[in-house]
Design a protein around this ligand. Structure first.
Ligand SMILES: *Cc1c(COP(=O)(O)O)cnc(C)c1O
Length: 386
């Protein structure tokens, strides 16, 4: 089941059908490490669960349908998925990466793969022409994130993918699509080779599972990554796959509401003098608002802004909310607030990617928007008292 169905239908049905032996509507959680062979080498499609598991396959097939790709691969975490992509590289290879990235991605680049002889250049991907100029003879991979974490900058996926693929070095283009989700943005349709997810975030959607995924449109590339998945072995367990599959069923309606709530909060914050530079792709004041409208179905549920009075006030703000929980991560039904500089982005401290210590990041949940606005107002008031 693929082409004739809309995203909302695929989110519920793709990769899944009623269990033939019992009629169970949800794919069973196949808690098994191995599978009986009917004769030596005669399997029923599965031999060992690192290589393949039916619950994981249901998730992988669902993800492939949602991204309109050939194959999906599920991993134990978003970082395990990133690690698998980086395992395609060899000593001497070069990676061109956007300069505003998830902190853990920056960390694995600099502390693990640089040591193994892979070199990295970080450049502003929102300036397409200047970014593409950084592609060299040995550039094998272009790494993009849009919208970025935590600055909510965008890059033009279609233009960068086209530019990268027309360069003689033919780098692969990998897009971290975690913030947007396949519902809001389709990197493969825009020309990327790999769409990467931390399924921990919106795809799982309920802050109860850690996972990652890759989706590819080229079969040969998918095979190479499936080889890494099996050889390295950073696979998710079947229960984790089940939780992500369940989360995905409500992804479209959740993203609609995340976006509607975030739009209201962003407008409210933008009108508050105590807040500086509200970063939200849905605001007309966002420098890439037009690109957001072209590239994304909706602006999403993430907002960041600076507190005008500075770091200490920002700290008091994130410690004063009652409904927003002070926590890392994002994409769950509940609203979260954090300070990227000492929390999610501590690993980029002292680097060119360092973020302003007064920057606050919101993951806007599915609570009533009025309650969320009231909570931010009381926390802003409280933070400015001392
Ligand atoms: C969380 C996150 C990751 C890493 O995923 P984990 O599941 O935590 O390993 C990668 N990219 C982005 C944009 C993220 O938000």
């Amino acid at each position: 089941m693929t082409d004739p169905y809309a995203f909302e239908t695929l989110a519920i049905h793709a990769g899944q059908s009623a269990d033939p032996s019992t009629g169970a509507v949800m794919p069973p959680v196949y808690l098994t490490s191995t599978y009986k062979q009917d004769a030596v080498g005669k399997t029923r499609g599965y031999e060992y669960s690192r290589t393949g598991n039916p619950t994981r396959h249901a998730l992988e097939n669902c993800l492939a349908a949602l991204e309109d790709g050939k194959q999906g691969l599920a991993f134990a975490s978003g970082m395990a998925a990133a690690d698998a992509v980086l395992h395609l590289l060899s000593q001497g290879d070069h990676v061109l990466a956007a300069h505003d990235l998830y902190g853990g991605t920056y960390r694995i680049f600099r502390t693990v793969f640089e040591r193994l002889g892979v070199s990295f250049t970080f450049a502003d991907a929102s300036d397409t022409a200047r970014f593409l100029e950084q592609i060299g003879d040995n550039t094998r991979l272009v790494w993009l994130e849009t919208p970025t974490n935590p600055l909510l900058d965008l890059c033009d996926l279609a233009a960068i993918a086209e530019g990268a693929h027309s360069h003689p070095s033919q780098p692969l283009v990998c897009v971290d699509n975690t913030f947007a989700t396949p519902y809001l943005q389709q990197p493969l349709a825009l020309g990327a080779d790999i769409s990467l997810h931390s399924t921990t975030k919106y795809l799982g959607g309920h802050s109860d599972v850690v996972g990652g995924a890759l989706v590819m449109r080229d079969e040969d590339l998918a095979q190479r990554l499936a080889f890494v998945q099996n050889a390295v072995g950073a696979i998710p367990g079947p229960l984790d796959c089940f939780l992500v599959l369940r989360g995905i069923k409500t992804l479209p309606i959740r993203m609609d509401r995340h976006s509607a709530n975030a739009s209201r909060l962003a407008e409210h914050l933008a009108a508050d003098d105590r807040v500086r530079r509200v970063r939200y792709p849905g605001l007309p004041s966002h420098s890439q608002h037009e690109l957001a409208q072209r590239q994304m179905r909706l602006p999403g549920g993430m907002i960041s802004f600076e507190v005008a009075a500075g770091e200490a006030t920002a700290r008091r703000l994130v410690e004063s909310t009652q409904l927003f929980t002070l926590a890392e991560s994002l994409g769950g039904v509940e609203s979260l607030i954090e300070l990227p500089a000492p929390m999610t982005h501590a690993s980029v401290a002292g680097s060119p990617l360092e973020v302003d210590p007064s920057l606050v990041r919101l993951s806007v949940g599915l609570e009533a928007a009025d309650d969320l606005i009231q909570d931010l107002d009381q926390a802003l008031h409280n933070a400015h008292q001392s």
